[in-house]
Design a protein around this ligand. Structure first.
Ligand code: SAM
Length: 253
């Protein structure tokens, strides 16, 4: 789908504005990622711009995660995918609480015998914009990002103080409220990371590339993994027996 056709459907839907939608679209056309992970889809607007570019590329798929709250958006992502006809390119995931937990499940699904198989060529992080959720999310997503793949952060200079009045913001110490969390994530977790290069910042978005020679999988760990599994299984069995006996004697006494 051309950018202009996508724009006709998406121009008036929050959150990503058309000029950023175009940047994202062109990035996908240029880099040709096949598997994309997006954290934070809201109405699905950025997911649709990316999906339109994937359709134009001829292939690709987006896993995009938001919270169940996004089901109540007007329009919601399913409606937007139906309107644009781009549903075949997008798998929306609604997290009960946070995408960090869904990332655990993705890691679990793609980790076998102590080796994680990286899945994604591009990760777009546009969710909570806080140190706790998105700093951790970057570290998790990094495990799933292929060498040569890209990570993009939105709203690098945004501070929680801009959402003053919201309960979660008011509960923060002033120092955290007035800090641009994504800037800290980019400057402290991404830039010093030995497996990233090609850093770019345009005032709002920050990109980094995972180096093509980054080492992502450990050497064969199958023997260590089965030994650890046996130890934890044995420890869990003895814990359950002790708990059962404790309960039994408490009832008996
Ligand atoms: C700025 S909006 C995303 C906008 C979207 N990428 C776009 O450009 O159209 C941020 C979204 O992140 C979601 N979000 C924030 N923190 C989250 C978390 N920890 N887990 C899941 N979703 C989260 C919010 O529900 C919200 O819909």
């Amino acid at each position: 789908m051309t950018f202009d056709t996508a724009l006709q459907h998406l121009e008036h839907v929050p959150h990503i504005p058309p000029d950023r939608g175009k940047l994202l679209y062109e990035f996908i056309r240029k880099q040709q990622p096949r598997h994309i992970l997006e954290l934070g889809f809201a109405h699905g607007t950025s997911a649709c711009y990316m999906a339109a570019a994937l359709e134009e590329n001829g292939e690709g798929r987006i896993t995009t995660i938001d919270s169940v709250v996004a089901k109540g958006r007007e329009p919601d992502i399913h409606t937007l995918l139906e309107r644009t006809g781009l549903g075949a390119f997008v798998d929306p995931v609604f997290a009960e609480r946070s995408y960090t937990w869904e990332l655990m499940k993705l890691l679990e699904r793609h980790t076998h015998e102590g080796r994680t198989e990286a899945q994604f060529d591009f990760v777009f992080i546009d969710g909570g914009h806080t140190w706790d959720s998105d700093g951790f999310s970057f570290l998790l997503a990094d495990r799933l990002l292929r060498p040569g793949g890209w990570v993009l952060f939105d709203d690098v200079l945004w501070t929680p103080a801009e959402s003053a009045g919201e309960d979660w913001v008011e509960a923060m110490p002033a120092e955290e409220r007035d800090t641009a969390h994504v800037e800290k994530i980019f400057n402290l977790l991404v830039v010093p990371h030995p497996s990233y290069d090609s850093f770019e910042f345009d005032g709002t978005w920050a990109w980094a590339r995972k180096t093509p020679d980054a080492v992502t999988a450990a050497a064969d760990r199958s023997d260590v993994v089965s030994a650890i599994y046996e130890q934890t299984s044995a420890a869990r069995r003895s814990f359950l027996v002790r708990r059962y006996l404790k309960k039994l004697f408490r009832i008996g006494g």
